[in-house]
Design a protein around this ligand. Structure first.
Ligand SMILES: Cc1ncc(C[n+]2csc(CCOP(=O)(O)OP(=O)(O)O)c2C)c(N)n1
Length: 189
């Protein structure tokens, strides 16, 4: 499996978006989502690991007609694997999960995570009941999986092994503003 370029993948995702809500986790996932093109329907989780997928699940349930995408790093997802079982059980049709796996806790010093040695987050997600869980093995595979996930009945999880290139931009650290702007953009405020 090749190592994909993080920001390139995020740009490919953002290029496909229209009115989807996107919830990105702490770390490079939210830096890259912002860098690839800010939109008010983006929610940037700050401070706590492992909350992108649970928040995305909540938005997906509250707005079943809207497509919702959650993006999480491997370190953050490993901290909160139980959310995969909840998502597998509830199986929201409008939810797509993206795992950006750089096999490390990069922003705190590149300490290796369990995916560097022994864990496979796609296998874990399948075991948790998210049957449509796949590795994007290259850029074309990523595009194909993403197109299918956004068009078909979910949930679906796409994971990519990514590089550790430096972030090029960061969202403003203003949680109330991020929350209010997101809620207005999805019509819930
Ligand atoms: C509950 C909790 N524990 C620890 C931290 C410190 N911390 C912030 S980001 C981070 C690493 C995140 O790793 P990952 O999700 O893989 O993202 P990456 O940095 O690799 O982009 C850690 C350990 C935190 N913010 N919250």
């Amino acid at each position: 499996m090749s190592e994909l370029h993080r920001i390139d993948l995020m740009r490919r995702l953002v290029a496909r978006l229209s009115d989807e809500a996107v919830v990105a986790g702490i770390g490079n996932t939210n830096f890259d989502l912002f860098a690839a093109g800010h939109r008010p329907q983006n929610f940037y989780m700050l401070g706590s690991m492992g909350l992108a997928f649970p928040i995305a699940l909540g938005v997906a349930l509250a707005q079943p007609k809207r497509r919702v995408i959650g993006i999480e790093g491997d370190g953050s997802l490993l901290m909160n694997l139980g959310c995969l079982a909840t998502i597998g059980m509830i199986a929201p049709a409008n939810l797509t999960l993206l795992v950006m796996d750089n096999a490390s806790y990069q922003i705190t010093g590149v300490q290796p995570t369990a995916t560097a040695r022994s864990s496979d987050l796609v296998e874990i997600a399948r075991g948790a009941g998210i049957r449509r869980s796949d590795w994007a093995r290259d850029e074309d595979g990523f595009e194909r999986l993403l197109a299918a996930a956004l068009a078909e009945t979910g949930p679906a999880l796409i994971a990519a092994r990514i590089d550790r290139s430096a972030a090029v931009a960061e969202p403003e650290r203003d949680p109330p503003q991020i929350r209010d702007r997101f809620m207005r953009a999805i019509g819930s405020k």
